[in-house]
Design a protein around this ligand. Structure first.
Ligand SMILES: *Cc1c(COP(=O)(O)O)cnc(C)c1O
Length: 441
């Protein structure tokens, strides 16, 4: 008897998630508190999560997933690692917020400065958005200039002047990407092309003496994963030196992820200011910005550039963040372990696509990785957006059915954590193969 082999996936029961999403949509815009969680770009309904532990997430219907979102970056050690949980339990005994200085703030500031040598002083805030916004203000206050350069495809949070898309060419005034962002706000944001130093030079010479800062993700993680090229980032540094422009590295994602000292350690470049978030909070809402003493001393109350926060330096958040960074300091082999796991996954994915006769671009720096649904190499925004996002959506759902939780959008990073086991990685590689076959790439 010949039995035709049919692959049958466990079709998940996600009834409770569906119900909760219906309820949520009535009271929360789009049913979520941050847009990309809503599965809009892949279709379908988001899962409501009830629990996270090590490499796994559990939804309200009891399904288990191997998680590669890691709360969008913070979970370098997987979900709920014992040393962070313990730090939080100890801290909560003493209260939740004081609105006054606490000792952990000083300890974490010193620890950040010791791990990231370009940071001479640091201010803690509550999110990456807040940190990026404050770094731009610091650069403007320091230079007395208004304009700044950002790169197409880089994300720096949702402050008005970051939500700008290219107009007709990089030299024209920015056009707001979102309603609610004014033309006035957009006009001080100048857009350059990632990994294209000439686009930067053109803007600089057309705006002589008017540019306060250049802000960049040294490893872009919000257009998939795209690293800045070596000569490009070196030239950026020297242009900023020549023109007295403040170079800001947005390391909200890459900071403490690709190395203890972030992308700047790998690239051997010292930015003037660095923006942090995600891992720095150990899973709690934390951001930070820091850098050169002469710039940071301009921040209130030591200087006139105003910046404040009721819950900034919150003791619980500092306890979690300090536990995370301290673990990194005490275990420098964390990045070796992450590299081994991540390169194993990458190798598996590459073997899969080769055996299927396709050649999708896979970009990876340490434990940040992205497979683009395009066969052309991806090294900037324009090449990234050549990806077939409809196909990504199908792939995403096939992976989900097999218990692999990836970001519900093509242009996001896949994060490997120290908690991913060899078994997790093998299951993921197998699911990757089956998923690509199922969608008939
Ligand atoms: C996530 C992210 C931000 C924004 O951080 P939030 O905490 O979400 O406000 C800024 N920059 C980069 C590079 C990010 O990845």
């Amino acid at each position: 008897m010949i039995v035709k082999k049919v692959i049958i996936y466990n079709i998940m029961n996600i009834e409770k998630s569906k119900q909760l999403f219906e309820e949520a949509k009535k009271i929360i815009p789009g049913g979520v508190n941050s847009p990309v969680r809503a599965f809009k770009s892949v279709g379908g309904d988001p899962l409501f999560i009830s629990r996270g532990s090590t490499s796994k997430l559990y939804d309200v219907d009891g399904n288990e997933y191997i998680d590669y979102i890691g709360s969008w970056g913070p979970h370098l050690f997987g979900h709920n690692p014992p040393f962070i949980k313990e730090a939080l339990l100890n801290s909560i005994e003493n209260g939740t917020s004081f609105g006054a200085p606490n000792e952990t703030e000083v300890k974490i500031a010193n620890l950040i400065a010791s791990l990231v040598p370009s940071v001479e002083m640091v201010r803690m805030v509550n999110s990456g958005t807040e940190a990026a916004m404050s770094a731009i203000r610091a650069a403007r206050g320091f230079t007395g200039r208004d304009k700044f350069i950002k790169f197409e495809g880089c994300y720096h949070g949702h402050a008005d002047y970051f939500l700008i898309k290219a107009g007709s060419g990089a030299l024209t005034l920015g056009v707001p990407t979102s309603p609610g962002v004014t033309k006035g706000n957009a006009s001080d944001t100048l857009l350059a092309d990632y990994n294209d130093i000439d686009s930067v030079k053109k803007i600089i010479s057309a705006n002589k003496g008017e540019i306060a800062a250049i802000i960049i993700e040294p490893i872009a993680g919000n257009m998939g994963v795209v690293a800045a090229k070596d000569d490009f980032i070196k030239e950026l540094r020297s242009i900023c030196d020549e023109e007295n422009v403040v170079l800001i590295f947005d390391e909200v994602m890459s900071g403490f992820r690709v190395a203890a000292g972030g992308a700047q350690e790998l690239m051997k470049i010292k930015p003037d200011l660095t923006v942090f978030g995600k891992i720095i909070g150990g899973g709690l809402p934390v951001g930070a910005f820091g850098g050169k003493r002469e710039i940071m001393e301009r921040i209130a109350p030591s200087g006139p550039v105003y910046q404040a926060g009721t819950l900034s330096g919150n003791p619980l958040a500092m306890a979690a963040g300090y536990a995370a960074l301290n673990f990194i300091k005490d275990n420098p082999d964390v990045y070796k372990v992450l590299e081994e796991k991540s390169s194993y996954l990458e190798k598996g994915f590459k073997e899969n696509i080769r055996s299927l006769g396709i050649n999708y671009a896979i970009n990876r720096v340490g434990s940040m990785m992205c497979m683009f649904f395009t066969e052309e190499p991806v090294d900037d925004f324009k090449s990234a957006v050549k990806s077939d996002t409809v196909l990504y959506g199908k792939y995403f759902h096939e992976m989900l059915k097999q218990g692999i939780y990836l970001a519900p959008a093509q242009f996001e990073a896949l994060f490997v954590s120290t908690a991913h086991s060899k078994d997790d990685l093998d299951k993921t590689i197998k699911a990757h193969y089956e998923s690509l076959r199922a969608i008939k790439v």
